[in-house]
Design a binder for this molecule. Structure first.
Ligand code: ZN
Length: 305
């Protein structure tokens, strides 16, 4: 029986992974063959001078709206308080995604997740924002944004159910791992939320015998599966920290809200925000093994196309 399983993996695995690129190689797509997608929107460092740097949007005092462009329309002015554009890089997130991909491949006998990487500096493009704020109306950046989203769509089209993990870094003093499901900090604290509000709505509908609270932060949650690998990897939400309880926390951004299962479809999504000590080369290999195992325990990831 064991021999048959081994043979099956050998025959089904691919030898070399296909890689696709968007325009100017700003966006890279490592084509996978399992129902798992890893996205890295903020780990890039290319700064082409053909794309003006993202700074602040223009604030219109009458409509109280931000217009993300470099030439403010009349009646609006650049406003770095009301219309701030975040440009900080999430250091080592690309390295973390690639290390995680390698470990998942090792654990599954050669199958690969889909990996989508933005190589542009966040000062030029932020794919975790809607198109206007992401690209400031610059066609070259808008094309890269389209490439990033189209590659996610292409990856999703190869699976029925699946999971997208959007990988980020944060510098919060708690130094914990923040798992974002689109449930806000205050709603986690108060307990006022439902599965339909979340980016794992599809998964919750499949697991009808498990309460959403158990799936989000209890014995069946990703936080629990990560923490059981190593007690140093404190997660929120999880059984140890069911809510941020006044601490710093990111609940998820454009990518998980657009490409998770809150709005439609059967691909779930979770934003994972890592503290720096976990992304550093000293911890990264150990953490990649832990997260790979936790993801395979948490989700029924399908191998093969
Ligand atoms: Zn980020």
């Amino acid at each position: 029986m064991w021999l048959m399983l081994v043979l099956h993996f050998v025959v089904s695995s691919v030898d070399a992974q296909d890689v696709m690129f968007g325009q100017n190689k700003y966006i890279e797509y490592q084509v996978g063959n399992m129902s798992l997608i890893l996205t890295v929107p903020h780990g890039g460092s290319i700064t082409p001078n053909t794309i003006p740097s993202r700074d602040a949007g223009c604030y219109d005092k009458v409509t109280k709206m931000c217009i993300y462009t470099h030439n403010c329309p009349s009646g609006s002015v650049k406003d770095s308080t009301n219309c701030k554009a975040t440009t900080v890089k999430d250091l080592y997130t690309m390295e973390t995604a690639l290390s995680l991909s390698k470990e998942i491949s090792r654990l599954t006998g050669g199958y690969c997740p889909h990996v989508i990487i933005n190589h542009l500096s966040r000062s030029k493009l932020d794919p975790n924002r809607d198109k206007d704020e992401a690209a400031f109306g610059i066609p070259e950046a808008e094309q890269a944004w389209d490439d990033f989203m189209n590659f996610i769509g292409l990856a999703k089209s190869q699976m029925s159910t699946g999971l997208l993990i959007d990988i980020h870094g944060q510098a919060h003093p708690e130094q914990w791992i923040e798992l974002g499901y689109l449930i806000s900090m205050s709603n986690l604290d108060s307990g006022k939320f439902s599965a339909a509000d979340s980016s794992i709505y599809s998964l919750s509908k499949q697991l009808t015998d498990i309460s959403f609270d158990t799936l989000l932060r209890g014995s069946r949650s990703l936080g629990k599966f990560i923490e059981e690998q190593n007690g140093k990897y404190i997660c929120v939400p999880s059984p140890t920290n069911p809510a941020p309880n006044g601490g710093n926390y990111f609940s998820g951004g454009y990518i998980v809200s657009t490409h998770g299962s809150k709005l439609k479809g059967q691909v779930d999504a979770i934003q994972i925000e890592l503290p720096r000590w976990i992304r550093e080369s000293t911890e990264r290999p150990r953490f990649s093994i832990a997260l790979a195992k936790a993801l395979l325990n948490f989700y029924d990831i399908k191998l093969g196309n």
